[in-house]
Design a protein around this ligand. Structure first.
Ligand SMILES: [Zn+2]
Length: 141
């Protein structure tokens, strides 16, 4: 699958079987799937959900959405703090098929996927403390 480096935006090809080996960017050497949210699209979304053994936390957002911009740094911060989770962002305007598949009617919508399936979702930009609380309960075993 092709993943965009969340640090330098370079396209990287990641083999499905190497997905959990902490793949690093071929250009900047930083981890592709750790520390910052990775941008997913209609080409790689299903593959990433299927390949990840970590729960995948997705921020469904749109460029025109004010609350999405306010929430973005909260999501970035959480991605830096939780290596046990995979953080991803989906631009709902650029990827309408994903938004339709999961019936995303408002942005931001936050969702947790486990084993490729939607486990939890919540709509609206959460303040940091509430987002942490929701994450803890949504990703608890
Ligand atoms: Zn890079």
């Amino acid at each position: 699958m092709i993943l965009l480096c969340p640090h330098c935006q370079k396209k990287n090809r990641v083999l499905l079987q190497r997905f959990e080996d902490a793949p690093a960017c071929g250009q900047c050497g930083r981890p592709l799937l750790q520390g910052r949210p990775v941008a997913l699209d209609e080409q790689n979304f299903a593959d990433v959900l299927a390949a990840s053994r970590r729960p995948v936390v997705v921020d469904f957002w749109a460029a025109w959405c004010g609350p999405c911009r306010i929430f973005a740094p909260v999501f970035e911060q959480a991605a830096a703090c939780h290596p046990e989770l995979l953080f991803a962002k989906v631009d709902t305007d650029a990827n309408p098929a994903i938004a339709a598949q999961y019936a995303i009617r408002s942005v931001p919508t936050l969702a947790v996927f486990r084993d490729g399936r939607l486990a939890q979702r919540i709509s609206g930009a959460l303040p940091p403390a509430q987002f942490e609380q929701w994450l803890a309960q949504a990703t608890a075993h």
